[in-house]
Design a protein around this ligand. Structure first.
Ligand SMILES: Cc1cc2nc3c(=O)[nH]c(=O)nc-3n(C[C@H](O)[C@H](O)[C@H](O)COP(=O)(O)OP(=O)(O)OC[C@H]3O[C@@H](n4cnc5c(N)ncnc54)[C@H](O)[C@@H]3O)c2cc1C
Length: 365
């Protein structure tokens, strides 16, 4: 009997899952689908109240153009498709819980502690994205005061900007995507950027430049924000020439990047590389049975893209499956062959003894 087989013996009355995903963002959702296809018993834990991670929390109405199969799709819609795909197999979703600690016991079982209790699993796939993320803010006196009163760091609802005069700040993809997205609904858009180059996709830049958006570039910055209870204007200036303009606006959207922090993850004994977890080509971390995928993981050549995260989590799930059951192949075959069979088997198992959609409270301390 191998060490892994020993772990599959029922050692006690703990409710031990095969795979637990930490996070329920796009990458974990795709991993859940894959875990179902491989007939594992899996759960996902996330502090947010809905699945989708950054897609639903940060930019639900923004269009995504670079996910295979969808020429153009809003983040919210992509998250909905992923949720639907993820939840067609028996699963457990624990929302509103943040994982605080992860420990591997002497018997190889992983204890995953949240504020609600302890979850047990043979393997864990960490898909915690950037951990906790907060927007980078401009150090101007009125920024904090007017936060939420005309100052935005993400667009959650396009309708909030309908008929309004909007100032968009930034030269990256988010700034250009917001310009394209709001141009049809806003009364006017001024878009400024402080550098001499953009980091957005060339096609997005071309589209915005050809639209009614008023671009001010290079070296334009916000100098002051005006308004008592709500933003009513801003002074912008060209830092090289000193030219200044007072704009009457109703909203400013800053896109200055995000400050990220791994939070409790730094204390789990994982090998970190900067703000990310180092993984090998099988998405394994330095802790046996613990894998990482998506924005949280890093390796030579890593790109933080949803499409890449899908591939990484498929690798992680297939290796986790083989870890739990060494007789199972790492290479799974194709879903065109496996999908229907897996669904039938999963539904037979559910009828026999598996809980359905489980809102099972974790074991309390
Ligand atoms: C404004 C913006 C626009 C973007 N546009 C694109 C685009 O067009 N195309 C593209 O490919 N990518 C884009 N990205 C990047 C893309 O959103 C990420 O690559 C993707 O969300 C990564 O998915 P993930 O599941 O790894 O992480 P996330 O989406 O960040 O999800 C991680 C989840 O883990 C949870 N979590 C964190 N810590 C814990 C913990 N301790 N316990 C339990 N759960 C935890 C979080 O609550 C979150 O739900 C964009 C990002 C931003 C910010």
């Amino acid at each position: 009997m191998t060490a892994n087989e020993a772990q599959r013996e029922p050692v006690d009355n703990r409710d031990i899952y095969d795979i637990t995903f930490i996070g329920a963002g796009p990458v974990a959702l795709y991993g859940m689908y894959y875990a179902g296809l491989r007939l594992t018993r899996f759960k996902a834990i996330d502090p947010l109240e809905e699945t989708g991670g950054a897609l639903t929390a940060l930019y639900p109405e923004k269009y995504i153009y670079d996910v295979g199969g969808f020429p153009k799709i809003t983040a919210k819609e992509l998250a909905q498709h992923l949720h639907e795909q993820a939840t067609q197999y028996p699963h457990t979703l624990c929302l509103g819980e943040r994982v605080e600690s992860l420990e591997r016991g002497d018997d190889g079982i992983l204890s995953i502690t949240t504020q609600a209790g302890v979850h047990f699993s043979r393997t864990v796939i960490i898909c915690a994205g950037l951990g906790a993320f907060t927007p980078r803010k401009l150090e101007l006196p009125d920024v904090e005061r007017l936060d939420g009163h005309g100052i935005y760091y993400a667009v959650r609802r396009k309708a909030d900007f309908a008929g309004r005069r909007v100032l968009i700040v930034g030269g990256g993809d988010s700034a250009f995507d917001y310009s394209m997205m709001l141009e049809p609904v806003a009364k006017s858009i001024t878009h400024i950027h402080r550098n001499s180059f953009f980091s957005a996709h060339e096609d997005s830049i071309r589209k915005v430049q050809a639209s009614t958006v008023e671009m001010r570039f290079p070296f334009w910055e916000v100098k002051a924000i005006h308004g008592d209870d709500h933003v009513t204007g801003a002074t912008i200036h060209q830092t090289k020439t000193g030219e200044e303009i007072d704009l009457e606006i109703d909203a400013i959207i800053f896109n200055l990047g995000w400050l990220t922090s791994l939070g409790p993850i730094v204390d789990w004994g994982l090998t970190l590389d900067g703000n990310a977890i180092a993984v090998d080509r099988r998405m394994r971390t330095n802790i046996e049975g613990v894998y990482a995928a998506g924005d949280i993981c890093t390796y030579d050549g890593k790109l933080k893209l949803i499409s890449l995260g899908f591939g990484e989590v498929a690798i992680a799930v297939n290796n986790a499956k083989n870890y739990v059951d060494p007789r199972a192949k790492v290479a799974p075959g194709h879903s065109t062959d496996k999908h229907e069979i897996a669904l039938k088997k999963a539904s037979r198992k559910t009828k026999q003894n598996q809980p359905k959609e489980l809102a099972v409270p974790p074991t309390k301390h």
